[in-house]
Design a protein around this ligand. Sequence first.
Ligand code: BGC
Length: 380
Amino acid sequence: MPRYTASPLAEHSLALITGLQTPEGAYPASPSFSAYAGYCWFRDGAFIADGVSAAGEAASAERFFDWCAGVLRARADHIRWIVAETAAGRPPTGSRMLPARFTFDGRDGTDEWWDFQLDGYGTWLWALVEHGRRHGTDLSPWRDAVELTVDYLVASWQRPCYDWWEEHSEHVHVSTLACVAAGLGAAADAGLLDQAREADTRAAADGIRSLVVAEGVQDGHLLKWLGSTAVDGSLAAALAPLGFVEPGSGLGAATIDLLERHLTVDGGMHRYLGDTFFGGGQWPLLSCFLGLAQLAAGDRDRAAELYEWAASTATAELALPEQVDRHLIAPRMKQEWVDRWGPVATPLLWSHAMLLRLGAALDARPALLVTELVQEGPAR
Ligand code: BGC
């Protein structure tokens, strides 16, 4: 009997996500939060699709991939223009690049947003290929959209852009690079690309790795952006589920260690030191990413603790928030955000999806029971 994926909270999470998925296949980031209502992000959506795919809802994930493909196909000429201009030495300004989020019917938003973000385009590729592996799905219906994405990323990955938190567009962010490299590597391995494109894709993924080793690592751990000295909670994803860095390697271990020591209080993880958004609370989705990294590195007990902490943030109605204020970095900043945007986004679908994803990973790697050890004897 699965312990984590069969819990009332997990069942509610799956029903919430699939129930809110729009007829077009988009996943609303949060149905009620003023600043997010009406929009689907490539980043949130790709991790949500990965979560529901791992929890067995293959059809929902595929409807999301169809939505992504529709968004990309509708912009095929624009993407080719970006690629051609970049090749000609005239990279378009950030406002002409693809946005981070779209309306459910696939249009660009009309309100101001910190839109130029590359990570989601890598993450959707990665999630699609993971899904294909997990369920044995033929990915050829998405081939043209994969090609467009690969061309866009191969041309653009070196550019500074906004990060996962839609901040610091002047930097090249290591977790953004991890998403892009994971997506490019997955697309190349999936056998969907012609030979020349596959070679360019692998070269870009290798280039990203070399750059991160040269400029995105200090004292043996990953950094928030190239040349920075700080870390960021999103780096946990570079280890797992993205596998950009081997979780059991020295680099993986040192990164986990720093994320635990600098950003985690109890099982709750902050985004980064200095965060002031809603006072800079703890994000259950980040605790789940760290849990995935810990599990992949072999620490199942810590992964289970991080899961329990994330689950403990659910409201009485089983809604998981974007963040909780149990331990605020900048308590005096909270009210300013409440006045601006209303209470913290709740439910946040990405939080629910990460709980599903970590739950599925924990269920797939059950702890050995003492009775099993006695019956089977020690491992050979
Ligand atoms: C976060 C993004 C997220 C968006 C929608 C923002 O506050 O910084 O990472 O994609 O909310 O959930």
